[in-house]
Design a protein. Sequence first.
Length: 174
Amino acid sequence: MSHILLIHSSVHGYTQKICEYLKGKLEAQQQQVTIASLSEVPDLAEFDKVFIGASIRHGKHRPALYQFIESHQQQLEAKPSGFFSVSLVARKPLKNTPETNMYMQQFLSQSSWQPKLLQVFGGNLDYQGYGTMDRNIIRFIMWITKGPTDPNTKVEFTDWSKVDQFAQQMIEAN
């Protein structure tokens, strides 16, 4: 049994939802799991494994993610760890792998930490859950990328079987 820390950098709560789902899957496999937001991370030394999930906001991972990694890189590299990115662009079949997702590639080029375990998940589109500015920006982006633009749209683009596979990879990581 491992003690696993799941850290989320989540704006609208969806990356946190994925972390909670992962926690349930991992605990069903007798793993001990703690979830923390990026702003309230406990001491990494208390954990056997550390995984970070981060959402995309306006085309970028949040600066706090990179600051956290810079401050904790040595600890992240000293134990099994990994990273997953959550975005609406990952809804597309040709952009839903670490190798083909531009946000994951951007992360890898900007981060000094190069985790071995990487994954990309499609996010959640909930226009009614956004403020006016975000709703309009996201609708414009979705229009450009030929996604849903109806302001009443609420859809999860997450492939939950892929999340299940990632949970198993987390258990096997060493």
